[in-house]
Design a protein around this ligand. Structure first.
Ligand code: ZN
Ligand code: ZN
Length: 272
């Protein structure tokens, strides 16, 4: 397996991560990473326990600048954000933006697709009459809206709603009706944004026992066929997760997919 030397999807104590930014930098140095990008969850207009607070933005930028001064000669430290579809504004001065959908309001309810399996099951039952496919359709509509925004550099975890789909308990991931929806979203996004990077996110493999990254293999292949570009990330929420690196998850399929190893672009993304 290739040696992957960057992660640009990283959460710290500024949102729902468990480690400080400096602890993450030290871990990345220990792992010989060439670059590390921070991507706190963008501030949200409602009460929650996982996104960065708007008033913490100046401290976040200041800490990034301090760490860059301290460690910048040894590692490329990037200041990014994971911009949620529900966040109203986007701060200036970022190195890059990951555009993601986590939660949304549909059918009279507001919910997150990655908060807990119980919540998701309740939403599907009560809000969608058991129709998980309809939830996927709503999610993809928002994902396409988010990915079309020119400020977005990387599209985050394409099919995040699979997080709790262990053994297909919500849906068969190869159901042709599902794949038709997913391919439509993939095609639309590549067409609208040929410059967009699609994230290959192994965070669900490390933290939620997913057998493969987001997006699932069929969609990854579709995106590849359409000429999409990819960036590999760990969606790391702690030093421990960062230190496990990419070696703890089987990413050998990437070599089959791309036939090549990696290339670090000018902004510190490991590309496929
Ligand atoms: Zn996310
Ligand atoms: Zn994230």
């Amino acid at each position: 397996m290739a040696e992957y030397l960057s992660c640009v999807h990283t959460h710290t104590e500024f949102c729902d991560g468990k480690s400080s930014m400096e602890e993450m930098v030290l871990a990345a140095l220990e792992m010989n990473y060439k670059s590390l990008g921070f991507s706190p969850h963008s501030p949200l207009p409602y009460e929650n326990d996982w996104a960065m607070k708007k008033e913490d933005l100046p401290a976040y930028f200041a800490e990034h600048a301090r760490l860059k001064r301290l460690y910048g000669d040894r590692i490329d430290l990037l200041c990014g954000i994971e911009w949620d579809e529900e966040s109203t504004d986007l701060p200036d001065g970022l190195d890059y933006v990951i555009g993601s959908v986590h939660s949304f309001s549909k059918r009279g309810i507001h919910f997150s697709v990655d908060y807990s399996k119980d919540l998701l099951a309740r939403v599907v039952k009560e809000g969608y009459d058991g129709d998980f496919l309809a939830l996927c359709a709503d999610y993809y509509e928002l994902l396409c809206t988010q990915g079309a925004k020119k400020q977005v550099d990387i599209l985050g975890h394409f099919d995040l709603f699979f997080k709790y789909n262990k053994d297909g308990c919500f849906i068969d991931e190869n159901d042709p009706r599902y794949l038709a929806l997913a391919f439509k979203a993939a095609d639309e996004l590549v067409l609208a944004r040929p410059d967009l990077y699609f994230e290959i996110n192994v965070g669900g493999m490390a933290r939620a026992g997913r057998p493969y990254p987001y997006p699932a293999p069929a969609v990854l292949c579709r995106l590849k066929e359409r000429g999409a570009r990819f960036v590999l990330t760990g969606d790391c929420h702690s030093v421990e997760q960062l230190k496990r690196g990419y070696g703890a998850v089987d990413v050998s399929f990437l070599d089959r997919l791309s036939g090549s190893l990696y290339l670090l672009d000018g902004r510190g993304f490991v590309l496929f």
